[in-house]
Design a protein around this ligand. Sequence first.
Ligand code: MEV
Length: 450
Amino acid sequence: MEDNKKIRKRDKIKRGFSKLLKEDKLKAVAEYIENPGEFIALLKSFWYQDSEKQKQFDEFSENTISNFHIPYGVSPNVVINDKSYIVPMVIEESSVVAAASAAAKFWSERGGFHAEIVDVKKVGQVHFCWKGDKNILFDLLPAIKEELLQNTMSITEKMRKRGGGILDINLLDMTDKIENYYQLLVTFNTCDSMGANFINSILESFGHTLQNFFSRQNQLDEMSRDIEIVMCILSNYTPECCVKVWVECHVDDLNGVDEHLDGKGFAEKFKKAVDIAHIDVYRATTHNKGIYNGIDAVVIATGNDFRATEAAGHAFAARNGRYESLSTVDIKDGIFRFTLEVPLALGTVGGLTSLHPLAKKSLELLGNPSAQELMMIAAVMGLANNYAAVKSLTTKGIQQGHMKMHLANILNQLGAKESDKIKAECYFKDKIVSYSEVERFLQCAMNNVQ
Ligand code: MEV
């Protein structure tokens, strides 16, 4: 139980905290830690020396008191549509980069990854309620549309010049679900930008235009001149901003992947594992999580919004009324084909992509790709991680590879010397790794030296 003094202090912190200077915020928070001095020193040790750079990071978010580092790795040898990439991956989980890299190398020797954009349409909605006669609403739609487009000409000007803008405006009658409820469902092409601000600005303008339009319809009764705009916001569900990636080879080219099965046997077992993820939600969730290990790492490294892409992917995985695997396997005429189709609304200009110095470098490392090219790269890393995970699961199991990394982490946590690390790696090759076992091993190693 927290004592009253601490609770009172926390109440104090709540008021006006956001207005405090960063140093004072840090001090105020440190009050809740056993050793405030150590806490402050640790958090400050993660500040950048360069105050301008630090300021830039502080301003990405709010109430910032430090930076939280996550490893930035690369996966070399990623061949997509005959082009080779070094793919930056930001992820805290061990084995993901190693698994993606091994899969990328494996498939680079079998034709590489293939990728194609399915479509690049993004969606936004104006949710509103209107009590008038719905026939009148639909009759007025052409005039409404014209005004909506006219009033957003200045917002869309630059995007139109780049070949994008508003693609379509649809009026949906949802009154059978919620009384008087309609939707403007708007589709956009936002070219190389993720486009969230662009879309939301347009939708809010649409909201104002709708209100204004109806208030001027003097031929209507008073009730019908009133429209309630409930909200205007983009949708992160982007089934039409979608990319398809796949690998394929003759099953004989999979000989040697498993020590107990030939290529055909491995391919069939692999397919079974993916089929299970189609019919079982528990497995599907883990299966798709493995896909997002790869996708998120690229999305984060390039300054994109991983919550948005994950949300879209999981909704897409449930598009048939049941949550299922995002990847599929086909084996036909001896050809093994492993495919991933996934919605990915990514950007390569604007937002954090140009503000975060490492996101900018990630894009440079990828050869400054278009948004469509980045969609392909991120999806490929999802497929690479999915292949690696399902391959391990259906052959030697996942723990062998994981444990190697786990061992390295434990050895680092325990501050093991380099010489002891080498000995431990050898010792644990055929043993189960646990924190206490590694601790015991290091203790014995120390005792032997003494
Ligand atoms: C771990 O991060 C991801 C896996 O569980 C994915 C899978 O089971 O397919 C290995």
